[in-house]
Ligand binder design. Structure first.
Ligand SMILES: [Zn+2]
Length: 432
């Protein structure tokens, strides 16, 4: 059976060979981007003299580049910085990376891929166009070289802060002016650090995109949203709510959603801080959905929630408060997640689950505890994806292999594979 890949970042797909080539052809790699963090992580100097001779043995280069074990996020960033240091990120490189990556995915038996690409938040409109065109043309070229046996599509990752509205309007305009962009560009995404960017800030924007999709079905955008992957700024309860809100506001696919299915016991004994404003939103949400939540198990009493809310009435919204994750709270988290996994099915959103990524940089320490298992048992709409397969040294096929270790049956895995084709951006956004 062939594969459909719906969650990869284009530059995170770079093979060691391709990255090495990019670096060697770059007359002035921005070494310090890589070496500064490398030295911080490893506590030793990194000498870049004669780098391409020293690492000419690709095996040696792979050791430097691959992030293929569980380690703190900073180590992932330090390896990813090698990509940033080596890339020129001009139109020729983007086009060549898009074309070669698509052909690599074709060789791996993939039939359809959506690639995400992020620009600097300070990029001008002219550069935005040039790079978007280059990526789309690169994909077109790759498709031709494969004899039309693979299709590649493009998604632009917009900055969570920054001018995402303006960037979206540019993209919409480019689509109307350039047929190649109209064909290949299919969605927008929000990725990178999610802490500090609640989905309710994006509600009006999502509404606008959905309205535009309805108004003009030949230039629709899917809304892809990384959420519930990393939530150091709030309780797992609030993190689950962020996922549910993203679905309610109309995101078509949600990246990771670890909080929704992670083992509650992971949090046992921890003290978690969140702001008064976050806590207030959470308590209100729990009261608004109280009856439904209670259907899934024991929970805080309604009186307790009301009194907690009352205590915060005059507090500064930015003040941090501490929530203790005792055994009872852990049990209630399980109830809230079970409610969440039922509630999310009222919306069309599909969860993109990335086993290796969650194992190496997420909070999953063991594959049988991966949230995908709970998602599937509860009948959620999911697809499996590889996120940054180049740097993680994985393939989509390998991610599906890992599904067995997670505990999914052959039938369940086959169903996910098949459904992935139905969850393409063009379908979900109603492109005609
Ligand atoms: Zn991602």
């Amino acid at each position: 059976m062939s594969f459909c890949e719906l969650h990869v970042h284009l530059y995170g797909c770079l093979t060691a060979e391709k990255l090495f080539e990019i670096g060697r052809n770059n007359p002035s790699p921005r070494w310090s981007i890589f070496t500064d963090l490398y030295e911080k992580v490893h506590g030793k100097h990194f000498d870049v003299l004669n780098f391409f001779d020293k690492y000419g043995d690709i095996q040696k280069f792979k050791e430097l580049y691959f992030f293929n074990r569980r380690a703190p996020f900073i180590e992932f960033q330090s390896k990813f910085n090698l990509i940033i240091a080596f890339s020129v990120f001009d139109k020729n490189e983007i086009s060549s990376v898009a074309c070669d990556t698509l052909l690599e995915h074709f060789r791996q038996g993939i039939e359809h891929v959506e690639y995400r690409l992020m620009y600097s938040p300070r990029e001008t409109k002219a550069n935005y166009l040039e790079k978007t065109l280059a990526a789309c043309e690169g994909l077109q070229k790759g498709e031709e070289k494969s004899g039309g046996k693979i299709s590649g599509r493009m998604v632009v990752s917009l900055p969570r802060a920054g001018n995402y509205q303006e960037n979206y309007h540019w993209l919409k305009e480019f689509m109307e002016q350039h047929n190649v962009i109209k064909k290949y560009l299919v969605g927008i995404d929000f990725c990178y650090i999610e802490e500090g960017f609640p989905p309710d800030e994006k509600r009006d924007f999502f509404q606008e995109v959905l309205k535009d999709n309805q108004a003009e079905s030949s230039t629709t955008f899917s809304i892809l949203y990384h959420v519930g992957e990393s939530f150091a700024d709030k309780t797992p309860f609030s993190a689950v709510r962020w996922i549910l809100e993203s679905a309610e506001y109309g995101a078509h696919r949600l990246g990771h959603c670890i909080a929704l299915g992670v083992q509650p016991q992971n949090f046992f004994g921890k003290s978690i801080m969140e702001t008064v404003s976050e806590r207030t939103k959470q308590l209100r949400y729990e009261l608004d959905h109280y009856e439904s939540i209670r259907e899934f198990g024991g929970y805080f009493s309604r009186n307790y929630l009301v009194s907690e809310l009352d205590k915060l009435k005059h507090a500064n919204p930015e003040t941090q408060i501490e929530i203790k994750m005792d055994q009872q709270t852990i049990n209630y988290l399980n109830t809230f997640q079970e409610f969440g996994m039922s509630h999310i099915q009222k919306f069309p959103s599909v969860i993109e689950s990335c086993p290796t990524s969650n194992l190496y940089i997420g909070m999953i320490d063991d594959l049988p505890k991966h949230p995908l298992k709970r998602f599937v048992k509860n009948g959620l709409k999911v697809c499996v994806a590889s996120d940054d397969p180049g740097i993680f040294d994985t393939t989509l096929q390998n991610e599906y292999e890992l599904c067995k270790a997670i505990g999914l049956s052959e039938n369940e895995i086959d169903r996910i594979k098949r459904n992935s084709f139905v969850y393409k951006s063009e379908y979900l956004s109603g492109r005609k």
